[in-house]
Design a protein around this ligand. Structure first.
Ligand SMILES: [Zn+2]
Length: 146
């Protein structure tokens, strides 16, 4: 038996058990699968399958991460954030609050293409993304955290 994480076209996720992958393909092709929540027969395999992974690790007797492992993970995340900041600060030009304006100029080819960083509001960042301009949030500066 294999388990798939499935999702209907309305986004409900559920697990489906099949004899093998061929059995799943056959049932899917015949529209023999339906969502237990809304009955929708347009069912696809969900891309993310966290509950499947979870049940597999549990079946193997894996333990929950220890507090030490969690602390180590957080430490690594902090190091990554600090490294990312350093990279941006060394490779991009600081434009301060002019960030949205400069990002647009670069996007529309009105100024030389270069990496920039600066300040923007969430609303402005959303507008930039909607215009197709790549913006990424800068991780907090570990040295400036209160
Ligand atoms: Zn559904």
């Amino acid at each position: 038996m294999i388990v798939y994480n499935l999702a209907c076209s309305a986004g409900h996720e559920f697990e489906g058990w099949f004899k093998d992958s061929t059995a799943y393909e056959a049932q899917a092709a015949a529209h023999d699968l339906s969502c237990p929540t809304c009955g929708d027969a347009t069912v696809t395999k969900a891309i993310m399958a966290p509950s499947v992974k979870n049940s597999v690790t549990k079946a193997k007797g894996a333990k929950e991460p220890t507090p030490a492992a969690q602390a180590q993970h957080q430490q690594r995340m902090r190091q990554f954030a600090a490294g990312f900041r350093k990279f941006v600060e060394e490779n991009a030009e600081y434009v301060g609050p002019k960030f949205p304006e400069e990002a647009r100029k670069i996007h529309y080819g009105e100024t030389e293409e270069r990496g920039i960083y600066g300040e923007t509001t969430l609303a402005e960042a959303k507008e930039l993304i909607e215009e197709g301009i790549d913006v990424a949030p800068m991780p907090p500066d570990p040295g400036k955290v209160n």
